[in-house]
Design a protein around this ligand. Structure first.
Ligand code: GLC
Length: 483
């Protein structure tokens, strides 16, 4: 690399930091989060609010830089927004839920207060199922970074985690190890045909279960700890088995029998091979590559590749070592499709024609190869980098950062890109989108300092029988990277 390049790389980082600072949201004089975008040229809608999922990227880079106060404030304030009472009113958020976003309100001369949006104001009234999962994951990252167990062990935090776990583990209709959610319940917060058991939610659920398992004090929580210990291996096996797609699996599905009743069914979800685009997959899947499909349910197998779910699965060890390597092989071999000129695609391929019309409800923002429907989201750069570090494929992370660095600051940090190769700045993309900026800084930091990876990864998976694990009052979090 030339000296000039180094200098410009530094100045780009500096520019990103200045923009990130500008996005910080203050409440009663304390920093409590970052707003979604700082773009004065378009109507703010709710982009002037702090989104829980968006703040995770900012929070992680703040933690790495020792700016732990803002993360702690965020965790404390959002915990207060979580409903604690059992709810029977249809228009009130359920107990344990975390908001999609919140804003600081100040009525004339009155004291400031926080107003949360649980989806009741959001476009299409979507439920933010992922917020509570990201919240537990972030709390655990805070504990790893600061070694400050006392925050998570405070009774109100223990109660908050417990309520989230109850929401995910107890009240449900079906009997899968995965969780059942409506459409648009995560980063893809518009209708995109991801209702049911979408991968993104399941991968976050797995990571949140692992985080909660480390943070919950057993005493008083024995039932939840037992439930987590029971659920973790079942969820992991279910995903590794039924969501996995590679040539071997495609062959199996191609020859599946259907209409099998009872326990011995080889095709328990009654997937009809004709519902799969198997000729396309047969061409697209590299011999040594594979991925987790987007959704599995009754006669449903959504073979779209969703980046967030796959990358969180790699980082949290939801996938086996072999599967993680196969996912990275796929990304490498299908770089043009999945990374292209802007890392990286939210999902691939896009829904087109009738499928687009029926599945998205003709959503103009989600036209084929735009926004959630095959658009490219720079925030995913940090997860790609984390997965690259985790699998010792760090060169893939460097390559992606190099591509992004060349454009992001020139384009003023857009929210997303459109087009098959991600060459068009998103039609309605905000500029100075905070998680684009934070995701870029985070990716660079993770690649430069892989010792930060344990903020989002876990120690090797071992599930102790719950009764034994509870003999120890406190379950220690893996803090090796700081020693
Ligand atoms: C869009 C995205 C969502 C994000 C929000 C704020 O609605 O789909 O994932 O949280 O913008 O950036």
């Amino acid at each position: 690399m030339q000296l000039d390049d180094l200098a410009s790389s530094e100045s780009i980082e500096q520019e990103a930091w200045t923009a990130l600072e500008k996005s910080i949201l203050y409440y009663k004089g304390r920093p409590v989060g970052t707003i979604a975008a700082y773009d004065a040229t378009v109507e703010a809608l709710n982009y002037d609010q702090c989104f829980v999922r968006d703040f995770v990227s900012s929070a992680l880079i703040f933690l790495m830089k020792g700016r732990t106060d803002i993360v702690r404030n965020f965790l404390e304030e959002t915990l207060k927004l979580q409903p604690k009472e059992r709810q029977l009113d249809a228009y009130k958020p359920g107990r344990g839920l975390m908001p999609a976003s919140f804003k600081v309100v100040c009525d004339d001369g009155e004291e400031e207060y926080l107003e949360a949006d649980f989806g009741e104001h959001a476009i299409a009234r979507v439920t933010p199922v992922d917020s509570c999962l990201w919240w537990v994951i972030l709390l655990r990252a805070y504990v790893v970074a600061t070694k400050d167990f006392s925050l998570a062990y405070q009774p109100q935090f223990q109660h908050g985690i417990r309520l989230i776990m109850e929401l995910c583990l107890a009240t449900r209709f079906d009997m899968y190890p995965t969780i059942l959610v409506p459409d648009g319940a995560c980063m893809i917060d518009r209708r995109m045909g991801i209702y049911g058991h979408p991968l993104e939610i399941q991968a976050l659920f797995f990571a949140a279960l692992r985080a909660a398992r480390e943070l919950l004090i057993c005493q008083g929580n024995e039932d939840i700890v037992t439930a987590i210990d029971n659920r973790l291996p079942l969820l992991r096996t279910h995903i590794r088995q039924y969501y996995w797609m590679d040539l071997h699996r495609l062959n199996k599905i191609y020859r599946f029998k259907s209409e099998e009743y009872g326990k011995a069914a080889a095709n328990p979800f009654n997937i009809y091979a004709d519902s799969l685009p198997y000729y396309e997959l047969d061409k697209w899947l590299p011999r040594k590559g594979g991925f987790l499909v987007g959704n599995v349910g009754p006669s449903q197998l959504d073979t779209r590749f969703f980046s967030l779910g796959n990358l969180v699965a790699v980082v949290s060890d939801l996938t086996s070592e072999e599967q993680s390597q196969a996912i990275m092989n796929l990304i490498e071999e299908r770089w043009d499709d999945l990374v292209g000129d802007m890392p990286m695609k939210l999902c691939f391929p896009a829904l087109e024609n009738d499928e687009y019309r029926i599945v998205t409800g003709c959503d103009p923002k989600n036209r084929p190869w735009s926004y959630h429907n095959g658009g490219s989201w720079p925030v995913l750069l940090w997860l790609l980098s984390a997965a690259a570090v985790k699998t010792n494929r760090i060169e893939l992370g460097h390559k992606a950062v190099e591509i992004a660095e060349a454009r992001l600051h020139l384009d003023e940090w857009p929210e997303y890109y459109d087009g098959k190769k991600g060459r068009l700045m998103g039609k309605q993309a905000r500029k100075y989108q905070t998680w684009t900026i934070a995701g870029f800084l985070l990716a660079k930091e993770l690649l430069q300092n892989p010792t930060f990876l344990p903020l989002v990864t876990f120690a090797p998976f071992s599930v102790e029988p719950a009764s034994r694990a509870c003999e120890f009052e406190l379950v220690q979090v893996d803090t090796v990277y700081l020693s």
